[in-house]
Design a protein around this ligand. Structure first.
Ligand SMILES: [Ca+2]
Ligand SMILES: [Ca+2]
Length: 329
């Protein structure tokens, strides 16, 4: 990184004052429901287990400012980030886009202490531009970040988009030390666009993103309880019983039987009852499913069940099996 390039980045931030462009009027498409947060703890409780991009793998020195070409993502390899230094599943640009630092860089990476930045942060590089975060994976429904401004504290406008366009917008404080803002949506979020008024630049730190869903519950299955190993003839036209075992952390009676699917074919539950098949004092759920509908193949050694609890938590379990009656094992 040459000092000249670093100097150019500072000049573009400080000196290239461009007229603020009016933001396009936000409009609502469809019936998405957005929940906004300004309290980090409340957001984290609502959307646990999110990935966090903190930009700490950036190559800017303490107190420095570097211009970075956009877009930036996990594949980027440039003076600001080595390949893989940014987490997968997210991309950063500005709107409008700029060239790849041939004249002026699109984005800027601030080192700790630069203009008061508490750690490395990423911002857009032109007054009036929007800082844009894109999620190409199609599975992001919770996004939170510290909204960071460069020259003075302000009120940012945040526009949230889904596959069909803008699904909502709001305003939130954005400050030189970073102010938390978050959103949860009931449909995938594809883009977050952040703008700040006046001669200022905006960006983020500690960007948290993910499905926002609570983690899947993993359960143990006992296929054909009472017989070891658990022989299944894939060609059988009958039903196969599977016990979904309760544990100290999981009550099998909380399963929604209509959601359950067994084997590669996703066979539905035909009927179920409750009994303690393993003698641990906890009633287990014994489900029967159609063996042909499960599409078990000769040689398969385990059976997988997916489903949900009555409260909507995802549940997944596997149990050992041994296929029998196969003519071509
Ligand atoms: Ca950081
Ligand atoms: Ca039991």
């Amino acid at each position: 990184m040459s000092s000249a390039t670093r100097f150019a980045a500072v000049v573009s931030l400080v000196g290239l004052i461009m007229a603020a462009r009016p933001a396009p009027h936000a409009r609502s498409v469809g019936a998405a429901t957005l929940t906004f947060f300004t309290d980090r703890a409340a957001f984290q409780a609502s959307a646990p287990n999110l990935a966090v991009e903190d930009f700490q793998q950036g190559k800017v020195p303490t107190g420095g400012v570097m211009g970075c070409p956009g877009p930036l993502d996990a594949t980027s390899s440039n003076p600001c980030f080595s390949a893989g230094a940014i987490r997968p599943g997210v991309q950063f640009t500005s709107s409008p886009a700029h060239d790849a630092c041939a004249t002026t860089c699109e984005l800027a990476l601030l080192g700790k202490g630069a203009f008061g930045a508490p750690s490395m942060v990423l911002v857009e590089n032109f007054f009036g531009d929007a800082f844009v975060i894109t999620f190409p994976g199609g599975n992001i429904a919770a996004v939170g970040a510290d909204l960071v401004t460069y020259f003075r504290n302000g009120t940012c406008t945040i526009e949230v988009s889904g596959a069909k366009g803008v699904i909502g917008s709001t305003t939130a404080p954005c400050t030189s030390l970073g102010s938390f803002w978050g959103v949860k949506a009931d449909e995938p979020i594809t883009r977050i666009k952040i703008t700040v008024p006046g001669n200022n630049v905006v960006g983020v730190d500690n960007l948290a993103y993910g499905t926002g869903a609570p983690p899947t519950i993993h359960v143990a299955l006992d296929v054909k309880p009472g017989s070891e190993p658990s022989p299944i003839n894939p060609g059988s036209q009958g039903v196969t019983p599977v016990a979904v075992l309760s544990s100290a952390d999981f009550d099998a009676s909380q399963m929604d039987e209509a959601s359950m699917a067994f084997g590669p074919g996703g066979a539905p539950a035909v009927h179920e009852n409750y009994q303690d098949v393993n003698g641990d004092g906890r009633p287990d759920m014994v489900v029967h499913f159609s063996t042909p509908a499960a599409r078990i193949a000769c040689g398969d050694t385990q059976l997988t069940m997916t489903g949900r609890t009555v409260t909507g938590r995802k549940v997944e379990g596997t149990g050992a099996i041994q296929t029998v009656g196969c003519t071509n094992p």
